[in-house]
Design a protein around this ligand. Sequence first.
Ligand code: HEC
Ligand code: HEC
Length: 205
Amino acid sequence: MRSITSLILAALAALAMSAGVFAKAPPAAEDCASCHNKDGISEDEDIPIIAGASAFFLENQMLIFKEGARPCAKEEFGEEEHDGIAEDHCDLAKALSEKEITELAAYFAEQPFKSADQKVDEELAGMGAQIHEQRCEKCHSDSGSLALDDAGILAGQWKAYLVRTMQDYKNGDRWQPEKMQPAMEALSEKDIQALAEHYAREGKK
Ligand code: HEC
Ligand code: HEC
């Protein structure tokens, strides 16, 4: 017969699992660390910080890579220090099982977000704040700082990555929600720069 203590321990373990508490990185996270770091906080302006976004959003991105429906980061994967991980991000996602993708998404969603340390152009940030308020805030609340919007984390994200990915959206090179498309298509190159400065400034708050 099981003792009361072991029953309580089993109940606590079940509770921790259901709350999504992962003490340890899943094994597949080893293939992410050379770019996103173990904690999901990348130190390279071309590589997004993935810590603290919602598991739903992160899982979706892996599926979008799997489908080849966003650029595959071939250049970054081609660099010597990442040699042998995969041909590119789309191939990496294809090699992962559904279970691995779910575990990775849950793990990185649990890591605390930390804003990138970057300079801000105040004048452009002011312009970006206005554009954001009018066209983006309804889906990216608090300047895109809330994981529960399931739309990534914009405030504090690397500017270089944000600029590139907004251009990808504008040019139709990355899958996007139908309702975001008109907002992205209407952005000028300067609007994109201004929005990135705004999100960088918001990350410092
Ligand atoms: C060789 C570098 C590299 C490796 C290794 C790598 N990534 Fe990435 N990752 C990137 C780059 C670069 C991007 C941005 C791609 C783009 O331009 O849209 C990215 C984007 C992402 C995104 C989308 C983030 C967003 O905000 O849209 C997720 C999620 C992600 N990676 C998860 C992972 C996971 C999980 C692993 C390990 C299984 C991994 N990555 C391994 C470089 C890498
Ligand atoms: C109708 C709602 C909606 C509007 C309006 C909207 N977005 Fe989004 N946005 C989303 C959703 C949902 C996602 C996540 C898409 C996914 O899961 O691939 C997203 C993703 C993004 C991302 C990618 C984040 C990442 O980490 O890779 C950026 C950047 C972005 N939006 C910028 C903007 C900007 C700038 C505007 C205003 C000009 C805007 N969005 C307007 C809903 C919206």
